[in-house]
Design a protein around this ligand. Structure first.
Ligand SMILES: *[C@@H]1O[C@H](CO)[C@@H](O)[C@H](O)[C@H]1NC(C)=O
Length: 495
């Protein structure tokens, strides 16, 4: 092999330098940046949507996400592919060691004051979404934030002028200043003790000299909690800039919140437009969840076809004297426990961050199938019980011709099948209507919505009480009737 000549080397060097200059030029940091913070993978979708919403405003400024150790390599790659500048940070330890572990690292947000490679940064929490350009925030002063909850500064949206002096000063006082939240927000409230008296920032009327702190209008940090109380934005909706989804455990990326909290629709709309930065991530999907969703959709169908269920109950009116007095209560208990367990199980296995409709459909599918199998098992037990009971009493009251008739009927639909089908579908339809009623009626207020659902729940519970008893009683008598019928044909449930 020929060794490269000096001329070739020089050429290669020039080319490399040119490429580096080009790349460097393209990636040159802007003076100002949007910044968010990510502690774990759970909030990645939030950051993706936030980033998309900022880019949609047409900004040319940097988007920087500070990630801590809890964030996986895949998530970092994904955010980078989305266009974020991913910057690793270590958690800033809580100086107060007596606090529980969950408060560890809650001072990390203060590190944005140390981002001195930028002249100014606009910080946004990962559970916010930008609905209208907020570029004018970069003209705000050294420190700008929102007042919320009786004179307290909320650290969800902030404008910060990074400064080594300020950051060092903060680090110096971190042990001494109290924090009512035990975290950065409480600390900042102590550090900027006079914040509540700051002027409100008006983009068109800059103050000279620039004040230490300025207050941002609610438009820049509109709390969904406020929306929920009045069921409308208390500010001019057309002027809204940033929505902050601060409803405790109700995070916009969880599928069920879209069904409860109307403004989550705004967030979901942005999410739908997310590009496929890595394979399978378009529309904010996760490749892993997509596989799980497919399996979850198909599995119940398989379960049902393997555990082929032959509805074979018959009403036998006039023979109720045989049933123990606690039978009704036991049945209703079994029915409600089956329903409760099915619901909880379905909720637990469905991935949280899937699309609202996918989540709802899977929820119905899994709740219904689990309930069908669980309560079906109870019915099978009742059926056996019925046939044992018939052993004790004998089966004189059933003549053999009737038994033969039962034996001979294989898959024919009979009146009893229709009755049982009626009860099962009745329960399913009431359950579906109960969940969808507020949406169908266009009700958006949370309390009205919950009220309607509770009303639907009462109807559903009444019907379940009634239906479960009827189905179980017929299973019991079916057991009695079938006792003497050839074993192979008499089993109603084949799971
Ligand atoms: C603050 O920034 C400087 C310079 O970028 C860096 O050397 C230092 O480690 C940072 N401090 C903390 C506590 O992160």
């Amino acid at each position: 092999m020929r060794s490269p000549t000096p001329a070739r080397l020089a050429l290669a060097l020039v080319a490399a330098l040119a490429a580096a200059a080009l790349l460097g030029g393209a990636a040159a940091a802007t003076e100002e940046a949007y910044v968010t913070l990510l502690y774990g993978d759970e909030f990645v979708l939030g950051v993706r949507v936030l980033g998309k919403s900022i880019r949609d405003t047409g900004t040319r400024r940097d988007l920087v996400v500070l990630v801590s150790d809890g964030v996986s390599d895949y998530s970092r790659k994904l955010l980078q592919a989305d266009g974020w500048i991913v910057s690793h940070i270590t958690l800033l330890a809580n100086p107060n060691q007596v606090r529980p572990k969950r408060f560890w690292g809650v001072y990390t947000k203060l590190k944005i004051f140390n981002m001195t490679s930028y002249r100014k940064v606009v910080f946004l929490d990962a559970d916010t979404v930008v609905v209208k350009s907020i570029e004018d925030l970069f003209k705000c002063g050294k420190f700008c934030g929102n007042l919320k909850h009786s004179e307290r500064m909320n650290s969800g949206v902030m404008v910060v002028e990074p400064s080594e002096t300020v950051f060092k000063d903060m680090m110096r006082q971190i042990d001494t200043l109290p924090s009512y939240t035990g975290g950065d927000q409480g600390f900042l409230n102590s550090y900027y003790a006079d914040f509540a008296n700051s002027h409100v920032y008006e983009p068109d009327k800059p103050y000279t000299p620039e004040p230490e702190t300025q207050r941002l209008s609610t438009l820049y940090n509109a709390d969904v909690g406020l929306y929920m109380l009045a069921n409308k934005w208390m500010v001019d909706e057309k002027e809204l800039r940033v929505i902050h989804y601060t409803l405790g455990p109700l995070k916009p990326w969880d599928w069920w919140t879209a069904w409860l909290v109307k403004p989550v629709g705004v967030w979901q709309d942005v999410r739908q437009t997310l590009e496929e930065s890595l394979p399978g991530t378009g529309g904010g999907r996760s490749p892993h969840d997509q596989l799980v969703v497919k399996v979850l959709f198909i599995l119940p169908v398989l379960l049902l076809s393997f555990g082929y269920y032959q509805s074979c109950f018959q009403f036998s009116n006039g023979m109720h004297s045989k049933l123990p007095s606690y039978f009704g209560a036991l049945t209703v208990l079994a029915c409600f426990m089956s329903a409760g367990v099915s619901f909880a199980f379905a909720f637990a296995i469905i991935p949280k961050q899937i699309m609202p409709w996918t989540g709802l459909l899977l929820m119905f599918e899994w709740t219904f199938v689990s309930f069908f199998l669980l309560f079906g098992s109870y019915l099978r037990f009742v059926y056996r019980w019925g046939s044992l009971d018939a052993n004790h009493v004998g089966h004189s009251r059933f003549d053999s011709s009737e038994n033969h008739m039962v034996t001979g009927r294989h898959h024919n639909m009979s009146d009893c099948d229709i009755d049982a089908t009626f009860y099962w579908t009745g329960m399913a339809i009431i359950a579906i209507v109960t969940v969808l009623l507020p949406t169908l009626l266009g009700v958006t207020a949370l309390f009205a919505k919950l009220g309607l659902m509770v009303a639907g729940g009462v109807v559903l519970a009444s019907f379940m009480t009634y239906a479960s008893e009827h189905i179980a009683i017929s299973a019991f008598y079916k057991g009695q009737r079938d006792r003497n019928v050839s074993r192979s044909r008499s089993i109603c449930f084949l799971f």
